[in-house]
Design a protein around this ligand. Structure first.
Ligand code: ZN
Length: 473
C-alpha cells in the first residue's frame, strides 16, 4: 500500500486563521536564514574526509538513539538493528534488513518529532514522495542508497546545500582535533568548530576517569596529580581547542547542576582524595561541582562560553549498558534543582557581563520557577533551548510559555539541534523557527506585540542570538 508523502506548508501553525496568517508572514522572513548550529554531535571526520555516507541504515538508524530506543521499547532487539556490542558479539550488518525492520515499525513514531524530522529528510533530502511503510521499504532503500553514492550527497555538499553557516561538534578533553585541523587547512569554506567537553577528566565516577587522567597528564606534560598541574592541564587544552579547533565554548554534562566554591585548603584536600581514589561519600559530586566553578573562572580568563547540561540519569538500564555501552537510549531525565545548586558559582562569577553561561534542563518544572528568574537576573546566565526530550513542538511551546514572562527573549540563546543525525539538522531548525513564529503570532494576534517587532524577534531567535550567545564572529 502506498500513500503520498507530503509536507504541509502550514505544518505546526495554529488552525486559527488570524494567527496562522501572522505566523506565515513571520516564517517567510526567517525560513531561509543560514543555520547556526552551536551545539551538537556530528562527526568532524565526515567534513574532514568528505567520504560518502554509508548505507541508509548505518546513516539514519544505527547512530540515532531517538530512533532505536522507540523500537527497543516495543520489543525489537538492538542486535537486529545493527547496534554494535561491547564484546563485539555479532549483530545484524545487512543494511537492507535493518531498514525493513525499521520501516515495518514506522507507525511507532506517529506524533513524535522523530517522525517530522525523518519525513522531512525523506521528502526534502531524498525527494521521496510516498510514505514509508513495509511495502515501500525497499523502494526507499534503493533510492537512498543510490543517492548516497553520488557526489552531491557527500558531507560537504550537504553542508552547503543545508545552508549551514557554522556548526559546532563536541570533543573530549583528550581529542587531538586532527579532523578540525584538516578542515581548516583544506580549501573548503565550511566552518566546523569544536567544543571542549572535559567530563571524563572531571567526573571521578566516569568509567574512564583514571585512565583519562593519566592520558591528560601525558598529553599536556603537566603533573595532573597536583591541583595546580591539573588546572593548568585544563588551561592548556582549552587553549588548544580554541587555536586548533576554533572552539568558542565548553560543555559539561553533569548528573546535577550542583556547584561549589570551596576554600583553597578544602579544594586541595578534596582533589587529593579524588586522585588517590580514596573518596568519601559526597566527594565525587562535590568535585564535579567545584570544577564547574573552576571552569567558569577559566572562562573569564579565556572567553570560552560555558554550557551546563545537567539532570540526566545516564545508563539507566544497566544490563543494556553492559552489553552495548553508553548512549543507547537509556538516559532518563531526573528532577533537577538550580537555585541552591548554582548559588556558589553565581556568587563567584554571576555578575560578570562578559561571561556567557548557558543553562539547559530536562526538568521542565524549573523553567518558570527557577531558570527564567535566574536568567532574568544574572548577567552571566542565559537559557539554552528546550533540550533532548523537549526538542519537540510541544517542548518549544512550553519553554516560551514558561520563560518569556520573566526572562524575555533576549536572555535565551537561540536554537541548538544537539544531534548526531546530520541529515535532520535543517528539519530541526525548521521546527524551532516555526514554533517561535507560532508563539510570536499569538502575541501579535492578542495585541501584545506589534508585528514589526515580532519580525525582529523571529530573526533574532532564528539566527542572531545563537551567534551572539556562542560568540561566533
Ligand atoms: Zn549535546
Amino acid at each position: 500500500m502506498t500513500s503520498p508523502l507530503t509536507l504541509h506548508p502550514d505544518r505546526l501553525f495554529s488552525a486559527e486563521p488570524a494567527q496562522r496568517d501572522i505566523a506565515r508572514r513571520l516564517y517567510a522572513q526567517v525560513k531561509d536564514l543560514p543555520i547556526v548550529s552551536p551545539h551538537g554531535h556530528t562527526d568532524p571526520e565526515w567534513f574532514a574526509l568528505n567520504e560518502p555516507f554509508p548505507d541508509p541504515a548505518q546513516l539514519l538508524i544505527v547512530p540515532d538513539h531517538y530512533v532505536f530506543r522507540m523500537l527497543y521499547s516495543q520489543g525489537v532487539p538492538l542486535e537486529k538493528l545493527g547496534i554494535p556490542t561491547v564484546d563485539a558479539s555479532p549483530v545484524e550488518t545487512d543494511g537492507r534488513k535493518i531498514w525493513r525492520l525499521f520501516a515495518e515499525n514506522y507507525q511507532l513514531f506517529r506524533g513524535t518529532p522523530s517522525r517530522m524530522w525523518l519525513d522531512w529528510v525523506f521528502a526534502e533530502v531524498f525527494g521521496l514522495d510516498v510514505l514509508l511503510n513495509a511495502d515501500t521499504a525497499d523502494h526507499y532503500y534503493d533510492v537512498m542508497a543510490e543517492k548516497l553514492s553520488t557526489d552531491s550527497f557527500r558531507p560537504r555538499a550537504l553542508f552547503e546545500q543545508f545552508n549551514i553557516e557554522i556548526i559546532a561538534t563536541t570533543e573530549g578533553a583528550l581529542d587531538p582535533l586532527t579532523h578540525h585541523q584538516t578542515i581548516t587547512e583544506d580549501d573548503w569554506d565550511g566552518r566546523v568548530v569544536t567544543t571542549y567537553r572535559p567530563d571524563t577528566v572531571i567526573d571521578p565516577e566516569h568509567e574512564d576517569f583514571t585512565k583519562s587522567l593519566a592520558a591528560f597528564g601525558e598529553l599536556t606534560g603537566e603533573d595532573v596529580m597536583s591541583w595546580e598541574g591539573y588546572l593548568n592541564a585544563h588551561r592548556q587544552r582549552r587553549q588548544y581547542f580554541k587555536e586548533k579547533g576554533g572552539a568558542t565554548a565548553t560543555d559539561h554534562g553533569h548528573r546535577t547542576a550542583r556547584t561549589a566554591n570551596l576554600s583553597e585548603a578544602d579544594k586541595r584536600a578534596l582533589f587529593a582524595r579524588v586522585v588517590s581514589g580514596d573518596l568519601e561519600a559526597d566527594d565525587a559530586d562535590l568535585f564535579r561541582g567545584q570544577m564547574l566553578t573552576e571552569m567558569a573562572r577559566m572562562s573569564l580568563e579565556d572567553g570560552l562560553v560555558m554550557q551546563i547540561h545537567p539532570g540526566v540519569h545516564r545508563n539507566h538500564n544497566l544490563p543494556l549498558f553492559d552489553k552495548f555501552g553508553r548512549d543507547k537510549g537509556a538516559d532518563i531525565p531526573a528532577p533537577s534543582e538550580y537555585v541552591e545548586a548554582l548559588s556558589p558559582l553565581l556568587e563567584a562569577v554571576g555578575n560578570e557581563p562578559d561571561l556567557n553561561i548557558i543553562l539547559f534542563t530536562l526538568d521542565e518544572d524549573v523553567y518558570s520557577r527557577e531558570l527564567a528568574p535566574l536568567a532574568g537576573h544574572y548577567p552571566a546566565l542565559k537559557l539554552g533551548p528546550p533540550w533532548w526530550f523537549h526538542d519537540s513542538p510541544e517542548g518549544m511551546r512550553r519553554f516560551r510559555e514558561r520563560t518569556t514572562e520573566t526572562a524575555g527573549f533576549y536572555n535565551t540563546a537561540g536554537f541548538n539541534d544537539d544531534t548526531r543525525a546530520f541529515l535532520s539538522i535543517p528539519a530541526r531548525h525548521d521546527v524551532a523557527r516555526r514554533m517561535d513564529c507560532v508563539f510570536l503570532a499569538q502575541l501579535v494576534a492578542e495585541h501584545r506585540l506589534p508585528e514589526d517587532e515580532a519580525h525582529e524577534v523571529a530573526h533574532d531567535l532564528a539566527y542572531r542570538l545563537a551567534k551572539e550567545a556562542y560568540k561566533f564572529s
